[in-house]
Every structure is written in structure tokens, then in C-alpha cells.
Design a protein. Structure first.
Length: 119
């Protein structure tokens, strides 16, 4: 399945959104449901968290999650894609399998649905 991963508008074009500063009050997030990936930069970039649900609510939760914020000093970034509910579990399972996030104990026990990664 091919997903459209979202970037933010920056001074020099599209850039990756910063988890802790992206404007969650923007109308873009109204009724936005799907999957997301949070990662950090630094010498050894890594995926911090993958998930699904109401994007605005989930990202707000992760802004307050000490386990996610422990990586803030590297710079936390996020991207998301709109996905129909019936595909979310399989896509989240695939993202967890491929990206091996540092935070997250449980992922859906379903057949993974392969998607394009944002990078």
C-alpha cells in the first residue's frame, strides 16, 4: 500500500515536522486519523515510536510521554499518513516490524500490511 507521508512547510520548502512544535490546532488535523512515525536525529538516528489513531490526540499524548521525550535532546520529528481504520493494525504491525521503535511494548498481532516508508 502506498501512503502519503506528511511534511511541514518550512522557509526552504517541505521539511520534517518537529513533534514538540507542530501546530496541532491547525485545521489539517481536524478528523485526521491514520498512522504515524516519531524518530530522532543525531549520530545514530532511530525510530522512537510508531502508532495509530486520531493523530492530533496521539501526538499530544507523546508530547507528555517521558519515554518519548527522553530522546528530545536529539531532536524529535514526526510524520503521519491518513489511513482507513480497517488497515491501521496491519500497517502499524509492519512499521513496528521494519522500524523497531525504541518505545512501545505492544503492537497489533495481525498480518503486517507492507507500506512505503517516508524516507
Amino acid at each position: 500500500m502506498n501512503l502519503e507521508w506528511i511534511k511541514c512547510k518550512g522557509d526552504e520548502g517541505d521539511v520534517w515536522c518537529e513533534l514538540n512544535t507542530v501546530d496541532l490546532t491547525n485545521s489539517h488535523f481536524d478528523n485526521m486519523e491514520g498512522v504515524y512515525i516519531i524518530w530522532h536525529e543525531g549520530e545514530s538516528p532511530a525510530t522512537v515510536r510508531v502508532g495509530q489513531g486520531v493523530i492530533k490526540e496521539r501526538l499530544q499524548d507523546h508530547r507528555e510521554d517521558d519515554k518519548v521525550q527522553a530522546y528530545d535532546h536529539f531532536g524529535l520529528f514526526v510524520t503521519w499518513a491518513s489511513v482507513a481504520e480497517q488497515h491501521r493494525d496491519g500497517i502499524e504491525a509492519y512499521l513496528a516490524q521494519e522500524l523497531k521503535p525504541k518505545v512501545g511494548e505492544r503492537f497489533p498481532d495481525v498480518t503486517p500490511i507492507e507500506v512505503n516508508l517516508p524516507w
